[in-house]
Design a protein around this ligand. Structure first.
Ligand SMILES: NC(=O)C1=CN([C@@H]2O[C@H](COP(=O)(O)OP(=O)(O)OC[C@H]3O[C@@H](n4cnc5c(N)ncnc54)[C@H](O)[C@@H]3O)[C@@H](O)[C@H]2O)C=CC1
Ligand SMILES: O=C(O)C(=O)Cc1ccc(O)cc1
Length: 402
């Protein structure tokens, strides 16, 4: 999607039509057509129908389903010569959406086939793939780690949904080597799926998701272990389970094999998170044993306050868009640095544009929605040595941009 398309969309034009105007990549390989890969292929077919999607999966029935549903132009096994031909001849973006165990095989193939285009992934952990991409890819700087924070407890193509990523956060981890244009195109790609980009330092990814995704999964599994241990043959205790129990345990139904792979690729951060979790449970138990109602209430109250403060789904106001312009003179990694700072203060970048002024001299233009702390953004950008200018954008201005 072009920035002008985004701008028109912001002004109320048909965003779907705008998305269809120009997809940032015209040919995409999606490797792994399970819940996430097939949902991605389905969303591309729906929202960017001009993109040629080439699907790869080791399961022949999955490939047949993806092709039958029109989600992939072609879907085949990894050893089909058509896959290599697609990568060598026309592929502009490779998305790896397999379990982490399959990563080396595909990175090795990309190396052997001399693929020097953009690569991203959807893998829940970055421990392994970061090192493998560095070691194997012919152009490691063009690998931008990705992770959609959306999914479900279902597995395989049977659980895939066209709308899975709508409104979801999608982590991208550019670094100082990431070309501004590669990040811009990936940002447009994710926005075209109607997801929201959150930029994160790649070294921080695994510790962050351990707390909000991997520890919660193990806690949900532990709750089911607890309930199962108390279930009798008639399963009557399970019939007592109310909404709260079901809310907190839904994810425990996820694939044990997939989650074991995730856990072991993030063993250190997960181990630390589980130890902290055990200590928190222990503090409830200790307060109970000591008859310490104050401590017990405080623990509950702190949690309740934090839960109520979780951001609800945000509907950005199209009346309050803000443009930030940042000169990029002889600085590598500007886009990565600026976008990561913006995400860290809760700002949502709706679109990115790069105005090339002369060789090595460009202006980065970001359109922000009305989320986050713009004061902090300004402060942190200035502290990082950027010269920034902010200007509010009137919806009418957007409507006239081609
Ligand atoms: N399940 C979820 O909610 C989320 C999962 N992820 C991550 O996305 C990736 C995919 O997860 P899901 O789609 O949920 O898994 P899934 O189990 O639904 O699908 C995996 C797919 O990969 C295929 N596959 C397995 N080995 C392969 C290989 N060597 N070559 C080609 N295809 C192969 C399988 O046949 C299957 O179709 C994982 O790395 C996972 O950690 C990310 C966000 C959410
Ligand atoms: O089902 C849910 O609610 C999830 O949280 C899904 C999920 C699973 C794994 C991830 O790496 C990210 C998201």
């Amino acid at each position: 999607m072009t920035d002008s398309a985004e701008l028109s969309a912001a002004a109320g034009a048909d965003p779907v039509a705008a998305d269809r105007a120009a997809a940032p990549f015209s040919s995409v390989a999606v490797i792994g057509l399970g819940l996430i890969g097939a949902s991605l292929a389905a969303a591309l077919a729906d929202k960017m129908p001009d993109v040629r999607v080439f699907g790869v999966d080791t399961d022949a029935a999955t490939c047949a389903t993806a092709a039958d549903r029109g989600w992939c132009a072609v879907a085949c096994g990894p050893d089909d010569p058509a896959f290599r031909a697609f990568v060598e001849d026309e592929c502009e973006l490779v998305v790896i959406a397999t379990p982490v165990a399959a990563v080396d095989d595909y990175l090795g193939r990309l190396r052997d086939w001399g693929y020097a285009g953009v690569v991203t992934d959807t893998i829940s952990t970055k421990g392994h793939i970061l090192a493998a991409a560095e070691a194997l890819l012919p152009a490691p700087a063009r690998y931008v780690p990705g992770h959609p924070m959306a999914g479900s407890e279902q597995n395989g193509i049977a659980g895939a949904r066209t709308d899975l990523f709508e409104g979801a956060n999608w982590i991208l981890c550019p670094d100082e080597r990431t070309a501004p244009e590669d990040f811009q195109h990936l940002h447009e790609f994710v926005r075209g799926l109607e997801a929201r980009v959150v930029s994160l330092h790649r070294e921080e990814h695994d510790a962050a998701v351990a707390i909000v995704s991997h520890v919660p999964h193990m806690v949900a599994s532990s709750l089911m272990q607890l309930a199962s241990a108390h279930a009798d043959d008639t399963g009557s205790i399970m019939r007592l389970a109310a909404g709260g129990f079901k809310d907190t345990t839904r994810i425990a139904a996820g694939s044990p094999k997939l989650w074991c792979g995730i856990a072991f690729d993030n063993a250190e951060a997960l181990g630390e998170g589980l130890a902290e979790m055990a200590a928190i449970l222990e503090s409830f138990a200790a307060a109970l044993a000591a008859g310490d109602r104050d401590t017990f209430t405080r623990l509950l109250a702190e949690a309740a306050e934090a839960r109520r403060a979780l951001p609800a789904a945000w509907v950005p106001s199209t009346e309050k868009l803000l443009e930030v312009r940042i000169p990029m003179v002889n600085r590598t990694g500007v886009v990565a640095e600026v976008c990561t700072i913006a995400s860290s203060v809760g700002c949502n970048i709706q679109s990115i544009d790069i105005d090339h002024i002369s060789e090595g001299n460009a202006v980065l233009s970001l359109i922000l929605t009305d989320e986050g702390d713009v004061g902090q953004l300004s402060l942190q950008l200035i502290n990082a040595g950027f010269s920034v200018s902010f200007s509010p954008i009137m919806p009418k201005e957007y409507a006239h941009v081609d």
